[in-house]
Design a protein around this ligand. Structure first.
Ligand code: ATP
Ligand code: MG
Length: 335
């Protein structure tokens, strides 16, 4: 089997997409689609690791698909699909459940964060989720995985699983995939708390800017963003010690495709109010066209379902022979 530079990345339909998803992931997908063969997946199986309302899950899956397309991902040149429609992900995930170790999963900080104090009462899926993520990537023999900083640890686990599988079964089937953590805003923080990641699952709408937000909401959210009382810093070391300031500066850098150092230089000694005003204008300019395009696309359910169907067929074509080879090396009876 020929191994080429191939990308797999996913976004959960677990809520409304936000600026962190855009700057940490989707914006980079748009750049990378030119260089790599890309598989972009709406990971609905991951979403149900926490409760999702069945009445809206399909619609959320279409919304993420619309966000991909509205952000500039070409559905003809790339494989866009819904994870649950390609059964090979779950089939490989089961095998990886038997390769991955409890000790490895016990170290995952996302599980600790998401489970909080209620560890006994969360789903088994929330715990074993990284094994399914490894399957999402390796079922396509993907070599590169563009993600936000928060997924780095899961990528390391994927590498461990690939390595252990190859060793245990004396094969070189799986590549050891590389994370691609790109840009100036690899970990966008909540606008309410500079120490918390911006997340779909944060209960406060004011913690995040959504890709579907209109101009007025964007301006309000940035105006209300938490800050500290000092004027803006004049060097990166000082900026890093002030999480809220650093967050706004890196968002600014990423949206304007400039370095954080350059933005710090521009705003050195100025008041937050000035930065916030300019950042709001910039964000509206970048997000508003995406929001408008998303709204248009979301009306067209049959087009989005068509895109997902074409994607599913392409994905299955690639996943089927890989799973066959896995079954072979594991020693299952040939069907
Ligand atoms: P949830 O809270 O339900 O986990 P999420 O906001 O973390 O949702 P995901 O669907 O889990 O979103 O992640 C999709 C992609 O967006 C991943 O590549 C992830 O690393 C990236 N990402 C998520 N949040 C951020 C963030 N705050 N900054 C940068 N990248 C992010
Ligand atoms: Mg997440």
């Amino acid at each position: 089997m020929t191994k080429i530079n191939r990308i797999l990345s996913g976004v959960q339909p677990s809520g409304d997409l936000h600026l962190g998803n855009y700057l940490g992931a989707i914006k980079n997908f748009v750049t990378l689609q030119k260089e790599y063969e890309c598989f972009f997946c709406v990971v609905d199986l991951h979403a149900i690791t926490v409760w999702q309302d069945p009445a809206i899950l399909a619609q959320k899956t279409r919304e993420v698909t619309a966000a991909f397309i509205a952000s500039g991902i070409d559905p003809k040149e790339n494989v866009l699909f819904a994870q649950s429609q390609v059964p090979q992900h779950s089939q490989l995930a089961w095998i990886f459940n038997c390769v991955s170790r409890m000790g490895w999963l016990n170290r995952m900080t996302q599980f600790k964060d998401k489970a909080g104090k209620d560890k006994e009462n969360v789903s088994v899926g929330l715990f074993s989720y990284p094994n399914l993520m490894a399957a999402d990537i390796l079922i396509y023999l993907a070599t590169h995985v563009p993600v936000g900083e928060d997924q780095k640890q899961h990528l390391e686990l994927t590498r461990d699983i690939a390595q252990k599988f190859n060793n245990d079964f004396k094969t070189d089937l799986f590549p050891i995939p590389e994370p691609l953590i790109m840009g100036e805003a690899t970990r966008v923080m909540s606008l309410r708390d500079g120490l918390k990641k911006m997340s779909k699952s944060d209960p406060s709408d004011y913690s995040r800017i959504m890709l579907s937000d209109d101009e007025n909401s964007i301006v309000q959210k940035i105006r209300k963003a938490k800050t500290d009382p000092e004027p803006l810093p004049d060097n990166i070391e000082d900026a890093k010690k002030r999480p809220e300031a650093f967050n706004l500066l890196t968002i600014f850098a990423s949206l304007s495709n400039l370095s954080t150092a350059r933005i710090i230089e521009d705003y050195s000694g100025k008041e937050f109010s000035q930065l916030k005003k300019d950042l709001a204008d910039l964000t509206v300019n970048k997000i508003d066209p995406i929001a408008r395009e998303m709204k248009k696309l979301i009306q067209d359910t049959s087009y989005l379902d068509f895109v997902l169907k074409i994607g599913k067929d392409k994905a299955i074509n690639v996943a089927t022979p890989v799973l066959k080879e896995v079954y072979d090396v594991v020693g299952f009876i040939k069907p």
